[in-house]
Write a protein that binds this ligand. Structure first.
Ligand code: SF4
Ligand code: SF4
Ligand code: FES
Length: 775
């Protein structure tokens, strides 16, 4: 039984005469999978709506033929997976799928892991009853990473479904392909479901929805992942290797704080060069969805590393003299623990801007709520039917937060409120029941007060909050009160579970403490529960493990950041370090889970633990630190090698462990009055384009977004193509890139290149007044 299932919501069913338990209302297919029973199924994707494109999942339930991906279990239901009629239908379907399918398995990228091959064998298709003249279907590139071979496509619609229901781009659709129509005589001479499936298949191919031939999407590659055949493949991977030659290294993606499950798939680079190379990244796509950086940004390893003793000695000398270590959150828990040990033993100051802002915010939240950590993880958010988002640019900051917001609209008949100063034309496309407030910069407290006004039990509210609700908050946030009241009534219909996602704008906010109190009040006085998006890869782990400092001066070692002496996994420092795809260790993700990651590639240089050993504080190896992560902060004293790393068939995640949460006594929650200070003139927002997260995503050859100024089409018209952006303490010159989905005047300055020191320009805020001039 999964973690979420309880005896109360389980029903008894029989499958082929054997009794099983299933979650009430679950699709038969999922109930069977959860009990490790196999039902053939091609088009269905868990977490997405059934499309009935393949029809192969036919079963008999209580004497009637149903599609198991679309029919729900009931108490006492008797299910038979295969009857003679169903077997005839399935066999006919597989024959149809094989009609005119090109005989190129020897070179096809999917061969060896192809579901068409597997089902053809599984259903014993050893002869062909059907035929039709073939239609020429061209292979084409949809984007810089997507390659579609229409000739191989079986029009199962998995790609279009995942793109709409999970990712939210809806960038591809089925479209007419032309070609020969089915002879009507087939209708009477073949099984009915197989005929319907063939009729549709024969007429369709997949194409970009915008009609341009180019997807212009977020290039997440989920369509590639879910494609059961070799029709959708990444451009870089086409015809490079056979699936069976690749070794799968289970790992945790290190680009953002989602910490998604991935496999690095490797094999030796060539016959001459036996060094392992990553050929692609795959994932357990039924349970987790990646973004473009996770899927395509994998070749960021430190290739230049050698063991240079002179450099190592210099590094040890630097550590003996160090006053400050400047680092970021692309670092494992174990390395963070090493840095914390240096602080405890040698009094070194630790500077990590994004983790410090998050740490401060978490501590304000803990004092006001009594909870050591926020209540929800993002899978729980996905199970709610009313979602709100404050303080994060949903398309850019964290792909899983965006997928959750979208998936709730599509799968849970959900509704959503989105608060952010920058307009984004993608958000309204997620669903009909979304209200968007593009409020003024600095009005985030107003957004939280509106949520309190809408959802909280007014009798429970502290006086300091109550007295602030007697104003027209909707108008203050740029909405129309009368219209909003009407749409809210519609949005609230049949809604039972409420979630609020909050992000980095709030951690880097001069009123962060007040904001954290408002969030704690939302949780204690309403049914709305909160999930926080940690700013970067392991910001949560670092925030829990390290006592970070606000400011520090003196001799500085930078770890993937600037410093007098630089340790760098990018290969550009005074001593090389391993990149994340060359390391063993753990990361703490936004789902409050400590997950293991493994080395996919060899690393030939020194590791931080070796410096620790030279200083007298080291352990046998890096992963020896895993069991000494602080239990007082929710970590477990467990060995790295004991950490599991898989999902079970019902979708339960067995990756590492969940942090233990604790409670403390609540301190005073008197809230300050919200008085907005408006920023004048041009405003810059510290925000990355959606495929870039850090120096490592930037290094990967398939991630193309540049370090530049991102602006709306309207803003681009008035500022030109290259500009000086003047901050209080420095001016930077940037090319201007138009982001078609951005709306409004605020411009976005990326922070993914640490050498540009962008945090320094923005200080303790994500929004900053700037002067923009044509360069
Ligand atoms: S890459 Fe992602 S967004 Fe683009 S078409 Fe595929 S699933 Fe959709
Ligand atoms: S491209 Fe792949 S996933 Fe998409 S419809 Fe064709 S076979 Fe299915
Ligand atoms: S899996 Fe049910 S119709 Fe395709």
């Amino acid at each position: 039984m999964s973690e979420l299932q309880t005896a109360e919501n389980m029903v008894s069913i029989t499958i082929d005469g054997v009794e099983y338990k299933a979650k009430e209302g679950e699709y038969i297919l999922n109930a069977a999978r959860a009990n490790d029973i196999f039902i053939p199924a091609i088009c269905y994707l868990t977490r997405c709506s059934p499309t009935l494109a393949c029809r192969i999942c036919l079963v008999e339930a209580d004497g009637k033929q149903v599609y198991s991906c679309n029919a729900r279990v009931k108490e006492g239901m008797a299910i038979t997976v295969s009857t003679p009629d169903i077997l005839t239908e399935r066999r006919a379907m597989m024959e149809v799928y094989d009609v005119n399918h090109p005989l190129q398995c020897g070179v096809c990228d999917q061969s060896g892991e192809c579901e068409l091959q597997n089902y053809t064998l599984e259903l014993g298709v050893d002869s062909q009853s059907y035929s039709i003249p073939d239609t020429k279907r061209e292979a084409t590139d949809w984007s810089s990473v997507l390659h579609y071979d229409a000739g191989l496509c079986i029009v199962c619609e998995r790609c279009t479904t995942v793109c709409k229901d999970m990712i939210g781009d809806a960038a591809i659709k089925t479209t007419k392909r032309g070609g020969t129509a089915l002879d009507k005589s087939w209708k009477d001479n073949m099984p009915k479901d197989a005929y319907s499936m063939w009729n549709k298949l024969q007429k369709s191919v997949i194409a970009p929805s915008n009609g341009t031939g180019n997807t212009d999407c977020s290039d997440c590659g989920e369509c590639v992942a879910v494609c059961p055949v070799g029709a959708l493949v990444s451009k870089d991977f086409v015809y490079t290797t056979n699936a069976w030659d690749l070794k799968k290294i289970p790992a945790t993606c290190a680009h953002c704080s989602s910490g998604c499950q991935i496999y690095y798939e490797t094999k030796p680079e060539s016959i001459e060069n036996r060094d392992e190379k990553i050929f692609r990244v795959s994932n357990e796509w039924n349970y987790v969805s990646l973004c473009g950086a996770g899927r395509f940004g994998y070749d960021f390893e430190n290739r230049t590393a050698i063991r240079d003793e002179a450099k190592f000695d210099k590094a040890v000398k630097a550590f003996k003299e160090v006053d400050v270590i400047n680092f970021n959150s692309v670092i494992t828990n174990e390395e963070a623990m090493m840095l914390q040990t240096l602080k405890e033993k040698m009094g070194v100051k630790l500077i990590n801007r994004e983790a410090r802002a998050f740490q401060r915010f978490l501590s304000f939240y803990t004092k006001a709520s009594g909870n050591s950590l926020y209540s929800l993880d993002f899978k729980e958010v996905m199970a709610t039917d009313f979602v709100m988002s404050v303080g994060t640019s949903l398309r850019n900051d964290n792909p899983n937060a965006r997928y959750a917001f979208n998936n709730i609209q599509k799968m849970n008949k959900g509704a959503g409120l989105y608060f952010h100063p920058i307009g984004d034309t993608l958000i309204p496309t997620f669903g009909k029941n979304i209200e968007i407030f593009n409020h003024k910069v600095g009005y985030e407290e107003g957004a939280l007060l509106l949520i309190i006004k809408l959802f909280a039990d007014q009798d429970k509210l502290p006086a300091s909050v109550k007295e602030q609700l007697d104003v027209d908050l909707v108008s203050m946030l740029g909405g129309d009160s009368a219209k909003f009241d009407k749409s809210l009534a519609k949005m609230m219909k049949k809604k039972e579970t409420f979630s609020l996602m909050v992000g980095e704008d709030l951690y880097f906010h001069e009123k962060a403490e007040n904001i954290a109190k408002l969030i704690a009040i939302i949780e204690s006085c309403s049914d709305v529960k909160v999930a926080m998006i940690p700013p970067r890869t392991n910001s949560l782990g670092v925030a829990l493990i390290c006592d970070l400092d606000d400011e520090a001066e003196g001799y500085t070692i930078g770890y993937n950041e600037s410093g007098d002496f630089r340790l760098s996994a990018l290969g550009d420092g005074d001593l090389d370090m391993p990149a994340m795809n060359q390391q063993e260790g753990t990361l703490t993700n936004m789902h409050k889970r400590v997950t293991p990651t493994n080395a996919a590639l060899e690393y030939k240089g020194y590791e931080l633990n070796e410096i620790m050993n030279a200083l007298g504080y080291g352990k046998r190896e890096t992963i020896s630190w895993t069991e000494s992560l602080p239990t007082s902060k929710g970590f477990k004293a467990v060995e790295f090698d004991s950490l599991p790393n898989h999902y079970s068939n019902d979708g339960t995640e067995h990756r590492g462990y969940l942090l233990e949460q604790s409670t403390v006594e609540v301190e005073d929650v008197t809230v300050e009055k919200f008085e907005a200070k408006e920023l004048e003139g041009d405003i810059a927002y510290r925000c990355n384009p959606q495929r870039q997260f850090n120096d490592f995503s930037d290094k990967a050859h398939q991630i193309f977004e540049k370090f530049a100024l991102y602006v709306s089409p309207a803003k681009a018209e008035v500022i030109g193509s290259r500009v000086d952006v003047e901050f209080d303490n420095r001016t930077i010159t940037l090319d201007v890139i138009v982001d078609d989905r951005m709306e409004g005047d605020i411009v976005a300055v990326p922070d993914f290149k640490s050498s540009e020191n962008i945090y320094e320009l923005f200080g303790e805020s994500r929004f900053k007044t700037v002067i923009i001039r044509e360069a």
